[in-house]
Design a protein around this ligand. Sequence first.
Ligand SMILES: C[S@@+](CC[C@H](N)C(=O)[O-])C[C@H]1O[C@@H](n2cnc3c(N)ncnc32)[C@H](O)[C@@H]1O
Length: 322
Amino acid sequence: MISPDLPAELKAALDARLQGFSRNEAASRAAAISRTYRDGGGSGTIKSETDALAYALARMPATYAAVAASLNALVEIRPDFAPTSLLDIGAGPGTASWAAAQALSSLQRFVLLDANASLRALALELAGTRLREAHYELGPARKLLADAERADLVVASYMIGEIDEAERTALARLMWEKAGEALVIVEPGTPAGYARIIALRAQLIAAGAHVAAPCPHDEACPLEAPDWCHFSQRLSRSRAHMQVKGAEVPFEDERFAYVALTRTPIASHPSRVLAQPVVGKAEVTAKLCTPSGLSIAKIPRRAKADYARARRWRWGDAVTGA
Ligand SMILES: C[S@@+](CC[C@H](N)C(=O)[O-])C[C@H]1O[C@@H](n2cnc3c(N)ncnc32)[C@H](O)[C@@H]1O
């Protein structure tokens, strides 16, 4: 399991990059970029070195934490998975590649694709030891991906929300085609982010994919609107991160939705904890997605060992014996 916090090497590279830049300017650019995101826009407003750095300072820690948590979930279910090659679609500053390099020491070949020249330039400046030899291609993802070599692992982090539905369907088909073994898609943990994940999940299961995480089955999602499947990852904020966001507490919680799909079916699935369990005096109550559907599990205190175990369950955990 890797930490949700940025690796020290990346933090140091970001801090070094910030030297000579006005933090106030970075903060006001970060606020403008965040506003665009909240209004449903994409990264199209990132047009300069300062914009790219502001984005990386304000958002990279959180998107890194979400990808780290998603990859941790995949590795937990598939400890045998040892990819040597990665395709990072809509790579931006290289967030998902950094997380994958940390989570999967077997990775050797990194190919990053993105249409944004400023984010690409920043990614290349930040590239640490593992990513120094990475290939980063600039252009529209679908075109670049069509020409790309297959990779054992394909990742798209906070990207598919920036393209329209027809493009998304076509890109998903291609991402799956290029995924030698696994495809991980991460999105914001909003109902809209979840809806995009669930649509691609259905599309790719129909194309032969199997869900490794978070779902313990390949059936339709049992949640009904207004409920939606999402998770929360706490991460620490550095001083620069706090300044750029005008934040007062040294941590934040990133809500995200994800799916990790594999070519190999999972032999035996644990259940997934879908919300923070409620620990009461008499029992632990936990909302679980189990291989046979949704369940509200109640683990009574008198079942001592089970209760002790359930007390430690956290939102997003894979658990057995419920
Ligand atoms: C929100 S950023 C996410 C960056 C990175 N994956 C992360 O998690 O921090 C979305 C990225 O997708 C890229 N993108 C969006 N649509 C694209 C397209 N059609 N072709 C290539 N890149 C695209 C943007 O340029 C941007 O870098």
